[in-house]
Design a protein around this ligand. Structure first.
Ligand code: ATP
Length: 197
């Protein structure tokens, strides 16, 4: 079975961009955030747990997730955020391991905004942190998502572990500033993961 490698980084750090480069090298990518959204609307056990915790309004009559209702429920209530995470994280964990068993590659990447924040590194062999200065990250997000306000971006940043701490905890760091090339950094890590098994 493949080596399990996490790839994380704060909002706007460029982790999706870096993951795309690995995917061009043939490395399978599991997007934990996308998959979490999918599971919340499609995994029957998780749907039952969400209904028990937040009530039947969590789902519309057609069975689809009522994202607006849940977002309002957990909005500015850290305890409810914890509750939802306590249900979604294990579901994603199970789904990820089932997915890894289907992959035929020397290693796979699990892309997630939060890894160290939730102890996710314990279930991974290696973790890569994509690191960029705060100013650059905020500018990138405001450019990519014109609907976002700077306060909202700052609020998300405050819920994430600071970049310096993630760099300390990570096995590999990719620096994604405008004067650093990504592809050579990715190739170096790729070689390392292929040869140091
Ligand atoms: P999020 O946590 O919000 O999903 P992310 O860490 O996955 O963010 P990306 O979506 O990869 O970040 O990058 C954020 C934006 O910055 C994107 O529009 C991307 O194209 C751009 N970007 C990332 N890295 C670079 C770079 N080296 N040069 C130019 N643009 C970049």
């Amino acid at each position: 079975s493949p080596i399990l490698v996490g790839i994380t980084g704060g909002i706007g750090s460029g982790k999706s961009t870096v993951a795309k480069i690995f995917s061009i090298l043939g490395i399978p990518i599991y997007s934990a955030d996308d998959r979490a959204k999918w599971l919340m609307g499609n995994d029957e056990e998780l749907k039952r747990q969400l209904t028990n915790a937040f009530g039947p309004e969590s789902f519309s009559a057609d069975g689809s997730l009522n994202r607006t209702f849940l977002a309002n429920e957990v909005f500015s209530d850290p305890e409810k955020v914890k509750m939802i995470n306590a249900l979604v994280h294990p579901a994603v964990g199970k789904d990820f391991f089932a997915w890894t068993e289907q992959q035929h590659a020397p290693y796979v990447l699990k892309e997630a905004a939060l890894i160290f924040e939730s102890g996710g590194e314990k279930t991974l062999d290696k973790v890569i942190n994509v690191s960029s200065p705060l100013k650059v990250r905020i500018a990138r997000i405001l450019m990519r998502d014109p609907f976002r306000k700077e306060e909202q971006v700052n609020q998300i940043i405050n819920q994430q572990l600071p970049d310096e701490q993630k760099n300390e905890l990570a096995d590999f760091v990719i620096k994604n500033t405008d004067n650093k090339l990504l592809i050579p950094q990715v190739l170096k890590i790729h070689q390392h993961l292929l040869t140091n098994k």
